[in-house]
Write a new protein. Structure first.
Lengths: 112, 115
């Protein structure tokens, strides 16, 4: 039973446009959320995180939005660049337990 | 200098064999993990160690046994390998549980194929 779901396995976006990746979770006790980026044949690398006390966190071109009532978070990339093409994993969990559940990833393709 | 390194990168072995995957981190982190990425691409936590002490042990067959000789190393030993064990296994580490940044640093993965 997956506690974190990324329902879009893939997304294709034109360079310069916005990429929006979505993630849903089921456990209302989760208080910390992360996005990771993964290139082929490499491990995931941390991108951005958000605590449940916030509804938005921004880092350069990357912004994560959290909607606790809907148990939904999204990652916005603006503007998208070809180098952003990768698989993006959403993770959620309770920070004090340091145990996070991952989604199945969304493969982003940014076309030049 | 690789922060989290795991070896081997690829492992092909026959059913019934016993194999180990090694993991080392040079980040000074207290917590280390093993994740399995299955055929559906979900990353599932298997084990977590904090300062050589097992703190998370998901529902994993007891053929899988983690070994942490020190806090910089967390090896995964698998006995009597089965076809269903074929997956990519990722080692990761993070700073002390619940303190500071919680993001995990991952190794490059070990693709295990059981034939």
């Amino acid at each position: 039973d997956q506690q974190v779901k990324q329902n879009s396995p893939s997304l294709s976006v034109q360079e310069g446009r916005i990429s929006i990746l979505n993630c849903d979770y089921t456990n209302s006790m989760f208080d910390y959320f992360l996005w990771y980026k993964k290139y082929p044949a490499e491990g995931p690398t941390f991108l951005i995180s958000i605590s449940s006390i916030k509804d938005k966190n921004e880092d350069g071109r990357f912004t994560v939005f959290l909607n606790k009532s809907a148990k939904h978070l999204s990652l916005h990339i603006v503007p998208s660049q070809p180098g952003d093409s990768a698989v993006y994993f959403c993770a959620a969990g309770k920070r004090n337990f340091n145990k996070f559940y991952f989604g199945s990833g969304t493969k982003l393709n940014v076309k030049p | 200098d690789t922060a989290v390194s795991q070896t081997p990168k690829y492992l092909v072995t026959q059913m019934g064999n016993d194999k180990s995957i090694k993991c080392e981190q040079n980040l000074g982190h207290d917590t280390m993990y093993w994740y399995k990425q299955d055929s559906k691409k979900f990353l599932k936590i298997m084990f977590s160690y904090n300062n050589k002490e097992l703190i998370i042990n998901e529902t994993v067959p007891n053929r899988f046994s983690p070994k942490s000789p020190d806090k910089a190393h967390l090896n995964l030993h698998i006995n009597s390998l089965e076809l269903g064990d074929s997956a990519v296994y990722f080692c990761a580490s993070s700073s002390r549980q619940g303190v500071g940044n919680t993001e995990a640093f991952f190794g490059q993965g070990t693709r295990l194929t059981v034939v």
